[in-house]
Design a protein around this ligand. Sequence first.
Ligand code: AMP
Ligand code: GLY
Length: 423
Amino acid sequence: MKLLVIGSGGREHAIAWKLAQSPRVQKIFVAPGNGGTARESGLENVALRETDELIEFARKEGIQLTVVGPEAPLAHGVVDAFRDAGLRIFGPTRAAAQLESSKDFAKRFMVRHGLPTARYATFERAADAKAYVAEQGAPIVVKADGLAAGKGVVVASSVAEANDAIDGMLLSNRLGEAGARVVIEQCLEGEEASFIVICDGRHALPLATSQDHKRLRDGDEGPNTGGMGAYSPAPVVTPKLHARVMREIIQPTIQGMARDGLPYVGFLYAGLMIDREGRPLTLEFNCRLGDPEAQPILMRLKSDLLALIESALDRKLEQATAEWDRRSALGVVLAARGYPEHPVAGDRIEGIPAPSEDCRVFHAGSRLDGGQLVTSGGRVLCVTALGDSLRVARQRAYAATEGIRFEGMQYRHDIGSRGLRRA
Ligand code: AMP
Ligand code: GLY
């Protein structure tokens, strides 16, 4: 079979690498891919981004299945367009992807279907939003309704900070259309976890649990990023909590989407806050795998990813099982200088170790310039390792980062700390 993976991040490198291990796969094209997918055996980059070009390519090449990595093409309806063209593609439709592309849609859905989540209200007028903040007090969370590439959420510790965020989105138009509506939400406390499942419209099969590190610097300091590292499994999600999340959050979501006429097919990522009483609350939904969560999760997946995706597309997920490596996996993101505000591109990348059974480097913001790898985005690489314990996985991942060099490389030294404290 020939497959197409849409996207260019570390998540897409991991998806394509994993799919390439399926015995039925002959070749995988990655559109547009990165410097890592350019060099991986069995993968080939194609410099395409527009939906109509991708459809034409899939037809011409006889692509039998397309897998979508990031949220933007899903929110733009790439799945609807492929389906209309009679092509097989894995991911939610544009309407179902609103679970991520509109926070107001997601919150209304959560309330309608009784999911545990933070109290909220939605506003289009700054004066109304500020009146609500004055009444609720701080800390409080201000979120742009639309997709804002990780820049749409402000956890405000004071009323003034919340009002600034409101002004930025509703008055100064800082996030464009995405910020033309804001969701204002009660600030939740606790520990976050990423709970990702694969869905066939009626059933959900959970993937291994994971935890992400969103802040730029050690000790959860500095600005929010797309994620500076992740590990799997997340010890905070005990077997009992796992069952509770399936019962109280995942199953009502799948059933609710079906009942609302938007059956959900694809990966679904619930961002959870586990509060002090151990209750799981829904922070957000993403309509895709996490990045960098996918890198450690897929390192641990022993089952054939292609077979799982096909079971979901054939509405037979209840018959599928996923087998996981008992070991832990941990990924450390190496980011470019200037990330996340103004990442600098074009720096030479040296010293990437050859992949081994228990350690590999997934690429994101890298590209091949002649034969030379250079940086081309904010998050450049994700060094991911397996180990018999989280501690060993972490040692192995950090040992592998030691030889890697590029100008101004930034990374966190404490990926996995929360998990280690629990374990
Ligand atoms: P979101 O895109 O909604 O996941 O928000 C990004 C990050 O903001 C989350 O991973 C949390 O760290 C934080 N966040 C979002 N909503 C809340 C909330 N209601 N209370 C506290 N932190 C939040
Ligand atoms: N790592 C967070 C996300 O993928 O949304």
